[in-house]
Design a protein around this ligand. Structure first.
Ligand code: F6R
Length: 243
């Protein structure tokens, strides 16, 4: 695993942006795997600047998002569809029809999981997958105990995940209990993976990712089997991890 330690979240975001922009410049029809949540916000700001000020071109780029809450409409401000438009897609020259996110309102969720996994194979797999990491080590919404062989599936969110994400909702009881997520096997199909972690609250997960044996109780540890992973971590998440 390639490890980049940064001073703070700003530098982390610049580094992640630099890697994504290089990917897009080197291969203009790249497929990018994207994440939501707090971690990628700074990176997305930088990507928007790059598109608007440095003419990085997303006209032929496609994106596949990791996950979506079950039961939220695309226009719900808390949905990941809404998040991606607000924080990235509406501000760069990507074609909306080239952006893919699981449908959390599908009538048949089992079929939706199969459809999305097929999309990953047909459109992707991503040339570059951007990941955050949960405090419990989840990647995508693959909670501890998820099989490393898993493909796109429905997951019950852990209480700790719901509590961590309650900051985006009016109250904890509004946070959905289930999500559709790319599986661990689906994520590992990507050519390259960049995982970002910032702040002390991620330190335990980062320590475990770097030091413990791969274990399904620590979903991110599956990344150890991938040939091209870059971890970008700020000092707060790394030093507290005991390095
Ligand atoms: C989001 C996702 C999750 C988050 C993780 C960290 O699409 O897949 O794995 O990356 O929950 O969330 P933040 O960045 O909000 O700490």
């Amino acid at each position: 695993m390639n490890i980049i330690i940064t001073k703070d979240n700003q530098e982390l975001s610049e580094k992640a942006c630099g890697i994504i922009e290089k990917q897009v410049n080197d291969k203009p029809d790249s497929v990018l795997g994207l994440a939501t949540g707090g971690s990628p916000l700074g990176t997305y700001k930088q990507l928007i600047n790059g598109c608007q000020e440095r003419s990085v071109n997303y006209e032929n780029v496609s994106t596949l998002n990791l996950d979506e809450y079950i039961g939220l409409d695309k226009n719900d401000p808390q949905s990941y569809h809404f998040f991606m438009k607000k924080h990235l897609f509406d501000h760069i020259n990507i074609r909306p029809e080239n952006t893919y996110i699981p449908n959390g309102k599908a009538v048949n969720l089992g079929d939706e999981c199969e459809r999305y996994e097929q999309l990953i194979d047909d459109i992707g797999p991503p040339d570059l997958q951007l990941l955050g990491i949960g405090q419990n080590g989840h990647i995508g919404f693959n909670e501890p105990g998820t099989s490393f062989q898993s493909e796109t599936h429905i997951i019950e969110l852990e209480e700790s995940t719901r509590r961590a994400n309650a900051r985006f909702f009016d109250s904890l009881d509004k946070v959905p209990k289930q999500a559709i997520t790319m599986g661990i096997q689906s994520i590992l199909k990507s050519e390259k993976i960049v995982i970002i972690a910032s702040g002390e609250r991620k330190a335990d997960a980062i320590r475990s990712l770097l030091e413990d044996e791969p274990d399904e109780n620590m979903p991110a540890s599956a990344l150890r089997a991938h040939k091209h992973v870059t971890l970008i971590v700020d000092e707060a998440a790394y030093q507290k991890a005991g390095h």
